[in-house]
Design a protein around this ligand. Structure first.
Ligand SMILES: NC(=O)c1ccc[n+]([C@@H]2O[C@H](COP(=O)([O-])OP(=O)(O)OC[C@H]3O[C@@H](n4cnc5c(N)ncnc54)[C@H](O)[C@@H]3O)[C@@H](O)[C@H]2O)c1
Length: 402
């Protein structure tokens, strides 16, 4: 049993805390004090992490949350799980990583193992985290550094921390071995790679692969509509090929903290080494333009104008059955609909509150547009909410399909 600090108690950090606290003594460090209070009261804010599990770890004395950096002092292993967003220029923003490094460096009092699970570009642990820790340390320690990119898919039940293969690599053979020892206490399938850069690049490529394929299928949706072909039937037909094809679904765009963001980390590092990441740029354009395309289709179907019409956007979470609205395409869609003069409201019972306002009733609209369909929302209710319903998800039968 080791004393482990997990820096950041969001989707990733709390998920690791849940699994690690079955074996280790875990300090869940987060700067958000109200979140810390909530976690210490045994209330989870993450889908897939049951409050009862959190309460069991607290009761067993294997978990507590804190915002006090001084409580990191006795930890032997520190795992960084903080946001790695894009700045307003759509370039990597490592300020959260920097602040995590600062709090670690200022409080640890011994050589430790520092593992980064946050998604970032190849070279982050070697050229950014290690130098940042050294910069902020008052005392010189010989720390070990490793990367193990997180692959958690919040809300997913078939794959979790235990059975999802986990990539890892340290900056030194000792760091690699310690990292393997740590994760082997709660992960069944560990995959060692030859360098941290390979692990960091693999994580970015996994999500780039999805982003590019989603863009491709979104382009196919536009081509199919223009040709008068049902895109989903085409994809089902192509999907009958038992090899060499992988099915992706058209949508209003990509959302969440990963798919719209991670490829731009790869594009940025590519640019720095003189390679233009043309696929990534084009995929970004196609996905970011989907809301505009959808708003245009809706206007066309409604006598060429939605000016003054009451439009209800149904489902503002970026994917079904979660309350996460980060980078949701609903945001751009609302903007595109407003630009065409529509009076826009939104409904999402899972999200509840968004941008300071409450979810509107699923009723009384002229037009409804489904961006995300949660299981708890019945298709019949969506169809009853407006005389014209446009569905980007393929799940609401009887609605106009993307
Ligand atoms: N959410 C996912 O599905 C997912 C999956 C795989 C990888 N990732 C990656 O994992 C990382 C974390 O993502 P997330 O979804 O858990 O983010 P999140 O926003 O859910 O949680 C991050 C937490 O870190 C806290 N925080 C920020 N700076 C801090 C600091 N200096 N010290 C302590 N706490 C700090 C925030 O208060 C927040 O609670 C990102 O790099 C992301 O790309 C996310």
């Amino acid at each position: 049993m080791a004393r482990v600090a997990i820096i950041g108690q969001g989707y990733v950090g709390l998920t690791i805390s849940k699994f690690a606290s079955k074996v280790h003594s875990v300090v869940g460090f987060d700067l958000n004090e109200s979140l810390v209070t909530q976690l210490n009261a045994g209330v989870s804010h993450i889908e897939g992490i049951e409050s009862v599990d959190l309460q069991a770890s607290i009761k067993a004395g294997n978990y507590f949350a804190t915002s006090k950096g001084s409580l990191l002092a006795d930890c032997e292993i520190l795992v960084i799980a903080v946001p790695t967003p894009l700045g307003s220029d759509r370039k990597p923003d490592l300020t959260y990583i920097e602040s995590a490094c600062k709090v670690i460096a200022e409080n640890i009092n011994r050589p430790v193992l520092i593992i980064n699970e946050s998604t970032s570009f190849p070279g982050t642990i070697r050229n950014y985290i290690k130098p940042a820790i050294e910069k902020y340390s008052k005392q010189k320690f010989d720390h070990m550094y490793a990367i193990s990119p997180e692959r958690v898919d919040p809300g997913r039940e078939d794959f979790n921390q235990k059975n999802t293969p986990r990539l890892y690599a340290g900056l030194t053979p000792e760091a690699t071995a310690r990292t393997r020892d740590f994760y082997s206490t709660f992960c069944d399938n560990l995959v060692e790679v030859s360098s941290p850069e390979v692990a960091e690049a693999a994580k970015l490529f996994e999500n780039t692969f999805r982003q590019v394929n989603i863009a491709l299928v979104n382009e196919l949706a536009q081509i199919s509509h223009a040709l008068g072909i049902d895109v989903r039937e085409t994809l089902d037909a192509a999907g009958t090929k038992p090899y060499g094809f992988m099915k992706f679904a058209p949508s209003a765009g990509v959302g969440g903290h990963c798919i719209p963001v991670d490829p731009s980390y790869l594009a940025d590092v590519a640019e720095k080494v003189g390679v233009e990441a043309t696929f990534i740029k084009r995929a970004n354009e196609v996905n970011l333009d989907m809301p505009k395309y959808i708003a245009g289709r809706i206007a066309k179907d409604n006598d060429g104008s939605i000016k003054g019409k009451k439009v209800l956007v149904v489902g503002v979470a970026y994917k079904p059955n979660v309350a996460d609205t980060r980078e949701t395409p609903a945001e751009l869609l609302i903007g595109a609909l407003k630009e065409l003069g529509a009076v826009v409201s939104w409904n999402d019972s899972v999200v509840g509150k968004w941008h300071g306002s409450d979810s509107s009733p699923l009723a009384d609209a002229d037009i409804a547009v489904v961006v995300t369909k949660h299981d708890a929302v019945a298709s019949e209710d969506i169809l009853k909410s407006a005389p014209y319903v446009f569905d980007t998800t393929g799940k609401v039968k009887g609605a106009v399909q993307l």
